[in-house]
Design a protein around this ligand. Sequence first.
Ligand code: ZN
Length: 134
Amino acid sequence: MNKIEHIGIAVKNLKESNDLFSKLFGKPHYKTEEVLSEGVNTSFFQVGENKIELLEATNANSPIAKFIEKKGEGIHHIAFDVLDIEEEIQRLKCEGFIVLNETPKKGADNKLVAFLHPKSTNGVLIELCQEIKE
Ligand code: ZN
C-alpha cells in the first residue's frame, strides 16, 4: 500500500459544502463527478499534495445516505493508493480483512476501487484505489 490517495468526507449538501471547503482551503474544487454505482455525487479538492473528496448521496439507498443517518456528516473513508488492486485484495483477504467487493469497481477520478469492511479495520472504512491505465 502506498500513500494516502484521498480522504472522503460525507456531506448532506454538496453545493453548500463546496462553498464551505473552498473557503477553508482558499481555492475551489477542481472537479465534480457522479458515481452511479455508489449513488453519490463527489467533488475533489487538491490541497498541496493531498486530495479531499466530498460525497453527497443521490438517493436514500446510497451508502452515504445511510452513513449520515447513523453518524452524521464527517470523515467517511481513507483511501490508499495501490499499484495492483487485484494483488492487494488477495493479500488483504489472506491477512483476514473483509473485502466488501472482491472485484474492483470503477470509482470516481479514473480509479478502480475496493473497500474493506470497517468491522475488520478498527472502525475505519478503507478504500483501495488504483489508477486506471489506458
Ligand atoms: Zn474515495
